[in-house]
Write a protein that binds this ligand. Sequence first.
Ligand code: AMP
Length: 268
Amino acid sequence: MYFLKNYVLTKQPSYWFNHIQIPYTMMGLRKLFHTSNVLNSLPIRDGLPMRLLLLGSPGSGKGTQSSRIQRKFNISVISSGDLLRQNIARGTKIGKIAVKEIERGAYISDDIMIELITKELQNKQQNWLLDGFPRTINQAVVLDDRLAMTNRSLNLVINLHVPEDVILQRIMDRWVHVPSGRVYNLSYNPPKISGIDDITGEKLTKRSDDNPETFKIRLQKHRSLTEPLLEYYTKSNILITCYGRTSDEIYPQIERELLKRFGVGNFY
Ligand code: AMP
């Protein structure tokens, strides 16, 4: 009895809220209690932590998908491209190196990238998603080692597969808000006011590497250096691939998979 009393008192109110609502969900009373809205804003408390990696060729929509995952599951997103662009905007030492490499479609050295990302990971809450890192086998091996040391290995790698003819058009239509990493597309996700970020009212910019010449080189780099990661993560048995021509086709596949694997599906 004493144990039971302590057990009840040590749990946060949200713990009981989550657990008590399961039977209601099963009884079809979800709408009555508005559980899906409430849980949308909660981190995944009691399930397996989400430690995700998003892979896909340039222009496959990694930025768009990671924003949608972030909104739905309230997890931290670490985007290597956004971090580099922020360093460039601030004129840091890394930014000065990165600007030249990015403009010619080349990769930044593994050493720089590994330091940049592992530092970011140290400050993150337990649920996170990596976008754009690792991009080489060497980066993947070092990341795996560092995460294993703190018992936080990746538990799902999501590969986005979008046909090449769709990708080039997307790149040409893409505008970004550098401080937040928000991505807009003139054909299917335009800003409310042309050239302006919907949330902050700040100016949108075109990425210096979003042009057909640099894009060709980025695609080649992706094929030779990043695609081998698919085999690497297939061997670890944590890779899934989502296929589609648009982000709207792909996102529901990702969401379904996350709900299924991370134990939050019961609540929806
Ligand atoms: P993204 O926004 O992910 O397309 O990245 C833009 C550019 O940043 C890439 O084309 C690379 O030049 C550089 N970059 C981003 N992530 C990495 C990485 N993990 N390794 C090397 N270079 C990277």
